[in-house]
Design a protein around this ligand. Structure first.
Ligand SMILES: Cc1cc2nc3c(=O)[nH]c(=O)nc-3n(C[C@H](O)[C@H](O)[C@H](O)COP(=O)(O)OP(=O)(O)OC[C@H]3O[C@@H](n4cnc5c(N)ncnc54)[C@H](O)[C@@H]3O)c2cc1C
Length: 392
């Protein structure tokens, strides 16, 4: 390959995690390029994105440091002040309230498309060089730098290539990093619904034998749903007409918010647990969904990816403070160890919770209700649960 002009970092994949990564590293003074095959669809107030995230407090701080949070807040977010989780099988209820934790809110429900739109708007001013549309075709790791050939015929050379190109990451494959995959055999059905009673700024979740059903409050009074169902059940409910879907959903939700009526199209995505066996190999680092895919029941998918980014930014800042090389193999290996162990723990914990709450084993059914209630009633426990989810 020809030598292109040398960069510090080339981030491959301009999703929420990749775009945040490019901005965070450029903010540390690194020469950064972002490679993405398709520019994001501009966010529109009239077309709510079906993919929404329960955005955690630490990631709001990350977005704030990137200069993106104020414009996200000004556009459309829904704070949630309470979480209510209950079990259809074993009874028991977990209730966490922002007031009792001394917080104004527990987090925010935010549209994926809005986050993307606001991050991309900041790329030019931050000095991030953009290659879009472009994909990576070939990788050569020369030990002290990495060279990428893009499908537009150009070559780029950088000290580090970051794979942020999602669960099917091409860069991860080119680097020879393998993944461990566990298919949950479920799909997450998403969409917006109107409910008879107001959502009370509460994130609701009911555990059912087929998987959890979450109703998340949305600005404007509607709720977005994430309904985890076995594959065949998901296909069946996706095919129902609106009236039948609303009836089934209302029943599955125990009619906590009264009658439920769909107000948007529905979509579904497959649920799997996937973990990269290595987070750094040579001059390639993987993060976001390229590194880990988790069950959505704790709303941590994008939050974990953004924590990878914040930790990488902190690594660069710490190296600068110590007059060291940010790209030293030992530093990158430390980052990889810390992030992989947190992500692995989270991924297995979420799968485990899903399994326990779907289990019909009488002991599991008997125990999980009281445990759920206990977690909500003991303030240090509910505080610890919230702090973990919020990255606080
Ligand atoms: C349909 C759907 C619905 C979801 N809903 C929820 C939800 O409700 N709640 C939740 O917590 N999580 C949800 N998730 C998961 C969540 O979206 C991910 O955890 C999060 O988007 C990860 O961000 P990312 O930037 O790492 O990856 P992605 O969002 O997958 O972004 C990857 C980027 O890389 C680009 N790319 C792909 N291939 C290449 C290539 N060869 N070269 C360069 N770039 C490339 C893509 O175009 C994309 O822009 C959902 C996922 C999907 C697919």
């Amino acid at each position: 390959m020809n030598r292109g002009r040398e960069l510090d970092v080339v981030v491959v994949g301009g999703g929420v995690v990749g775009a945040a990564c490019a901005l965070a590293l450029a903010g540390q003074g690194l020469q950064t390029m972002l490679v993405e095959p398709s520019p994001p669809v501009p966010w529109s107030r009239d077309k709510p994105d079906l993919r929404v995230y329960a955005f955690a407090a630490d990631n709001a701080l990350l977005f704030d440091s990137l200069g993106a949070w104020a414009s996200v807040l000004a556009a459309r977010v829904q704070p949630y002040r309470r979480m209510r989780v209950w079990d259809a099988g074993g009874g028991g209820e977990l209730d966490i309230d922002a007031d009792t934790l001394g917080r104004r809110e527990l987090g925010w429900i935010v549209e994926h498309g809005l986050l993307l739109d606001r991050l991309w708007a900041l790329l030019p001013a931050a000095g991030v060089r953009l290659r879009c549309p472009a994909r990576v075709e070939a990788l050569q790791d020369d030990g002290d730098c990495v060279r990428l050939r893009l499908d537009d015929g150009s070559q780029v050379q950088a000290r580090l290539a970051v794979a942020a190109d999602g669960a099917q990451s091409s860069l991860r494959r080119l680097a020879g990093i393998e993944v461990d995959v566990h298919e949950h055999g479920q799909r997450g059905v998403v969409g917006y619904v109107a409910t008879e009673r107001p959502h009370e700024d509460t994130a609701w979740q009911r555990f059912l034998p087929g998987g959890p059903l979450a109703l998340l409050p949305s600005a404007g009074g509607h709720c977005s749903i994430v309904w985890s169902l076995p594959d065949a059940e998901a296909a069946r409910v996706l095919a129902l007409d609106d009236a039948a879907f609303g009836r089934e959903l209302g029943r599955a939700f125990d009619r906590r918010l009264g009658e439920v009526r769909p107000v948007s199209p529905r979509a579904a995505f497959p649920l799997r647990r996937q973990l990269a066996r290595e987070y750094v190999r040579g001059r390639v680092l993987v993060l976001g969904d390229a590194a880990h895919v988790v069950h959505p029941l704790a709303g941590q998918g994008v939050n974990l990816g953004l924590r990878d980014v914040a930790a990488l930014r902190d690594l660069v800042a710490a190296a600068a403070g110590a007059n060291g090389d940010w790209h030293a193999a030992s530093r990158l290996a430390r980052w990889a160890r810390a992030r992989r162990s947190e992500d692995t723990l989270a991924a297995h914990a979420f799968s485990g919770i899903d399994r326990v709450f779907r289990s019909e084993n009488p002991a599991a059914v008997l125990l999980r209700g009281p445990l759920l209630s206990l977690a909500g009633r003991v303030p240090p426990l509910s505080r610890a649960l919230w702090r973990k989810a919020a990255g606080a």
